[in-house]
Write a protein that binds this ligand. Structure first.
Ligand code: GAR
Length: 198
């Protein structure tokens, strides 16, 4: 199986709990992907230490050190050249990527977003859902396209919104589902069972 495993780079900005879910899933011998590196856009992203502790290559480039998005992405691309990923998995990576970068990785870059897209794009999705009076909320794994939080859905999971929910309690309920569907979605992409080229 090892030879056919797809190489995956994970991009993070924070604690990296979805990253950890992917790392754990990839430990199964029959999982179709291996994590070859974790990259962050800031030095203090907590997930970097977690990944390093698992013996995974890590790198960071602070986006503030670059005058433009393109400059930052060139630095990111230099790191990716070393890791040679087949797939990029964004896991709480809170930088907008340029159309040039997303087009280059079309069909090979996926993201997890904490809402039932196309509802509640952007930030504070749990507060958005509560403000809307939503009865259901959830998370989406999708292919990345130039539009923010757009792109074809690979998997979605739903949770109920319960009386008395706060953004925090709702986030907790959604996160459990994120950790379940992200490894499943990555496996679908790695096996070629979910694809996007058009
Ligand atoms: C997750 O809830 C993820 O869905 C969200 O950030 C959190 C990162 O947590 N991503 C986005 O909002 C992207 N638009 P994590 O670092 O523990 O995985």
């Amino acid at each position: 199986m090892t030879e056919s495993k797809k190489r995956v780079a994970i991009l993070i900005s924070g604690r990296g709990s979805n990253m950890t879910a992917l790392i754990e899933a990839a430990k199964a011998p029959d999982y179709p992907a291996e994590i070859v590196g974790v990259f962050a856009n800031k030095p203090d992203a907590g997930g970097l230490q977690t990944a390093a502790g698992q013996g995974i290559a890590t790198a960071w480039r602070w986006h503030k050190d670059y005058p433009s998005r393109t400059g930052f992405e060139l630095a990111l691309s230099d790191v990716l050249k070393l890791w040679r990923p087949d797939i990029i998995a964004l896991a709480g990576f809170m930088r907008i990527l340029t159309p040039e970068f997303t087009e280059k990785w079309r069909g090979r870059m996926i993201n997890i977003h904490p809402s039932l897209l196309p509802l509640h794009k952007g930030l504070h999705t749990h507060a958005q859902a509560l403000a809307d009076g939503a009865k259901e909320h959830g998370c989406t794994v999708h292919f990345v396209t130039p539009g923010m939080d757009e792109g074809p859905t690979i998997l979605q999971a739903r949770v109920p919104v319960l009386p008395g929910d706060t953004p925090e309690t709702l986030a907790e309920r959604v996160l459990v589902e994120e950790h379940r569907i992200y490894p499943e979605a990555l496996a679908l992409v790695a096996r070629g069972e979910a694809s996007f080229s058009g």
